[in-house]
Ligand binder design. Structure first.
Ligand code: SRM
Ligand code: SF4
Length: 593
């Protein structure tokens, strides 16, 4: 039964209030036009704060200044976070220069690489939203569906220029993104000045010629005016690299590649399809939990966009629309069972998926430094601490340096899901020049493997959900843990460490060997035992601890790891083997000791 049939007899009042907002929004227009014109406030209307998400931006206020503004009887200092849709993370040098320009013209002068391979801007004032979106539109970049209850930025193993298979997988990320775009013209009308066509939204011009889905709603054929119950995320990975953390997403496609010479990928044969991953949970609510996706079958490369669409339609029609905390696809899978979900997917496809195939991942990091692609060109993976591209006083001049590289180099720049950037397509003869630029702007600092493998989410001061610091705090905690690692003789070892300011899991902390999740200012839950290649969730070890207790807890464990580990044994496996923590084998058992 489709969504319209299912929801026809259910009064909207029985569903989550956001469901009414979507249905009554006139296909995501709401009162945004009037809200943008209202100069009396830096905010938009309350209801519209939900709708802006579908267009790629969030209303926020500076949390550092909240109390001061309240005392001064001023409204909070509202601004917007703007997130780009950038499937596969590729930015041309010309686009980079435009994106860099707008960061100082309309935002806070920094660019933030996200854990989903795109850029975010912070501090965009309401009056600057239109000029911001119009400028990036001229560079062929948009923010459509970057947030909201729709398919989000599609991510894939980084760098299409590394091999023919990387290119094919990157192109699939674009095909999925285009196919699953909402059809409404609201974005073009409200932000880009397009005239509204009488009668409402037009059919999208980039829609696939033969969509497999029934046209339930001519204005919004895939989503209908109900859109999805919740966000929906797709990732594609090329083993042995699991840089995208494949199992953390609603849908994951694992490339099945016939190995070529020198271990580089050869021919792309198809994809194992996984469903039901997700990270978010709520402290103290055991019915919410992170979950890793499960394989449900295998498909050809050509079938990938249709399979992604079919899975999205099953989630659209079966996801929980009463309780947003239970609305992600991972809970739909738990509720329906994997087999029933799969059967509905196959119903949409009109054929059965082939059996899933074996795969092998051996890491979930990025390949930093110089590597050579299969066409002989070189690619430089540059570490960017927590993805923040800025000029740091006494530190790397990341913004200026990368800007200069974009001006002087004609290869693309590719963002990674570990918040780094790859300078691609460098000819042997140009390597020295790039090295000189990296040096001049101090872009390549001496960093430990611990730091290079760490990620933190944004958290304070912009994130409205943060309970503790993350991006602004993790670097100093790593200074201290680096010292512990050095003293233990582990200066050259990598342990995957991640931090978030709340349990929503934006830096995928439940996949880390050591995960910190904010509980209150200065206090974190400490999780241990994640898999080194993103194949196993971790588990709670200590609750609500401060920095002193973090160091007291981790120092002896790191020392024991140095003394007792087996050859090539990752830290996450070690803490399980010595009985410090039990392995988490299924999301629903995440909270069990
Ligand atoms: Fe996230 C909400 C930042 C990746 C799970 N996330 C937010 C918001 C928008 C806060 C809010 O709702 O008010 C954060 C904005 C902070 C700011 O000031 O910029 C935010 N999420 C981020 C980013 C920027 C973190 C980063 O440091 O890079 C990432 C942007 C990704 C992108 O480009 O699209 C980001 N968020 C993730 C991921 C990782 C991923 O997708 O691979 C997750 C976990 C995976 C998942 O979805 O299960 C994630 N974010 C959440 C959740 C919890 C969702 C859930 O199922 O419970 C929320 C809260 C919500 O949706 O209600 C959230
Ligand atoms: Fe904000 Fe929490 Fe996401 Fe961090 S994990 S960006 S604190 S929502």
């Amino acid at each position: 039964m489709d969504i319209i049939a299912k929801l026809r007899d259910v009064p909207l009042d029985e569903l989550h209030p956001n469901e009414r907002l979507k249905v009554e929004s006139d296909y995501l227009r709401g009162a945004l036009e009037a809200g943008l014109a209202d100069r009396a406030t830096g905010a938009v209307a309350e209801d519209d704060t939900q709708l802006t998400k579908f267009h790629g931006f969030y209303q926020q206020d500076d949390r550092d200044l909240r109390d001061e503004r309240r005392h001064q009887k001023l409204e909070p200092l509202y601004s917007f976070m703007v997130r780009l849709r950038l499937p596969g993370g590729l930015v041309t040098p010309a686009q980079w220069q435009t994106l860099d320009d707008v960061s100082s013209r309309y935002a806070n002068g920094t660019l933030r690489i996200t854990t989903r391979q795109t850029f975010q801007y912070h501090g965009v004032l309401k009056e600057n939203l239109r000029p911001h979106l119009q400028t990036i539109h001229q560079a062929m970049v948009d923010t459509i569906a970057a947030c909201g209850d729709v398919n989000r930025n599609v991510i894939c193993t980084a760098n299409p220029h590394r091999s023919a298979v990387h290119r094919q997988v990157y192109e699939l990320s674009h095909q999925i993104s285009t196919r699953l775009l909402p059809s409404t013209r609201a974005y073009h009308e409200i932000f880009l000045g397009e005239e509204r066509v009488a009668g409402g939204a037009e059919e999208r011009t980039d829609a696939p010629a033969e969509s497999d889905s029934p046209a339930l709603d001519p204005q919004e054929p895939l989503y209908t005016r109900h859109y999805l119950p919740r966000k929906f995320k797709v990732a594609l990975a090329i083993p042995p690299e699991n840089d995208v953390d494949l199992f953390a997403h609603d849908v994951g496609f694992i490339a099945d590649v016939q190995q070529g010479e020198n271990g580089e990928p050869g021919e792309l044969r198809g994809f194992t399809v996984c469903i039901g991953g997700g990270m978010g949970m709520t402290h103290g609510e055991p019915t919410t939990f992170p979950r890793l996706s499960d394989p449900i079958g295998y498909c050809t490369p050509e079938a990938v966009p249709a399979v992604a669409e079919a899975i999205m339609l099953v989630q659209r029609d079966n996801g929980n629309r009463r309780d947003r905390k239970q609305a992600r696809l991972k809970y739909t899978v738990e509720e329906m069972g994997l087999d029933a979900f799969k059967a509905e997917v196959e119903g949409h496809l009109g054929e059965a998926l082939a059996p899933a195939r074996d795969y092998h991942f051996d890491n979930n990091g990025d390949r930093l430094g110089w590597i050579q692609g299969d066409d002989g060109l070189w690619h430089y993976g540059l570490f960017v601490q927590n993805g923040r591209i800025a000029d740091f006083p006494d530190g790397p001049q990341l913004r200026t340096g990368l800007r200069e590289i974009a001006e002087q180099h004609d290869g693309d720049l590719v963002l990674t899901t570990n918040q780094n950037v790859i300078i691609t397509q460098v000819d042997e003869s140009r390597r020295e020049a790039i090295d000189a630029l990296l040096d001049r702007h101090r872009l390549v600092a001496e960093t430990s493997p611990l730091r290079r493998n760490a990620m933190a989410c944004v958290a304070f001061p912009t994130c409205g959900l943060a309970m503790a610091e993350s991006e602004r705090y993790l670097p100093s905690l790593i200074d201290k843990l680096d010292a512990v690692m050095r003293e233990a003789g582990l200066a050259d070892d990598a342990i995957i460490m991640r931090m978030t300011g709340c349990p929503n899991g934006c830096a995928r902390p439940y996949l880390a060997e050591i995960g910190f999740v904010g509980k209150a200012p200065g206090h974190y839950n400490l999780y241990l035992g994640g898999g080194f290649s993103g194949q196993r969730l971790n588990k709670l070890h200590r609750e609500n601890i401060d920095e002193a207790t973090i160091l007291e807890t981790l120092t002896p464990l790191i020392q024991r790891y140095a003394a007792e580990r087996e050859a090539d044994e990752p830290f996450g496996d070690f803490v399980i083997r010595i009985g410090v923590i039990n392995a988490t084998t299924a999301g629903r058992e995440f909270h069990e000791v």
